[in-house]
Design a protein around this ligand. Sequence first.
Ligand code: CA
Ligand code: CA
Ligand code: CA
Ligand code: CA
Length: 233
Amino acid sequence: MTLTNTKKFLAVSLALVFAMGMNNLAYAETVLLDDDFDLENGGIGILNYNGFTNWSVSDGTVDLIGNGFFDFLPGNGLYVDLDGSTNNSGIMTSDILELEACEYELQFDLAGNHRNSNTESVDVSVGALFSEQFSLNQNDPFTTYTRQISVDSNTSESIVFSGAGGDNIGLLLDNVKFTQLDCSAPVAGELLSINSSALVIGGLASSAVWMIPSVAGIAGAGIYLVKLRANRD
Ligand SMILES: [Ca+2]
Ligand SMILES: [Ca+2]
Ligand SMILES: [Ca+2]
Ligand SMILES: [Ca+2]
């Protein structure tokens, strides 16, 4: 086999490997919920709002504020005051999320009430998978919290923000995001479970060179065949 043919053979092998890897794209990171509240109610703040696209409010009320309306932290579009205007803070429950066994990431921004000196708190939970209380002081700015959540078997859960208090002045919530992380295991060398999704995410898939170390199995098989044929020539 000539050097040119060898290169062609390797190129075909790598293309095949890449095509197989594409089947695993379903395992790439998937954003299940990403909510900045900015488009709620036509982009206009309103007290005691319960028309959220992705959430329902129970056991009290929350206010949709910002964007010039009771805008205590300008520049964040609309956001939520977890203690509405009925002296009974609300519980925000997301639409149900279908979860398969994988790692997930919950992220959200919380800020202090920015009105009085009370420390405010909220219980954040995802079914029995996750539960944590967060407390912030009056002038705490929007702070991003990130938590990883493990799911062992298929389940359906909602994200719940349960505000505490009943003085109409509560924590501020914005930018809730729930992401399924890449749940495929690294399996370099296994012919039928090659994982190229990480490469695609990293923008490196266009470079076939990157495939070689992660697919040593089939590439190695290709090289072996090339050598076998070269020896016969
Ligand atoms: Ca916002
Ligand atoms: Ca309020
Ligand atoms: Ca309540
Ligand atoms: Ca309060």
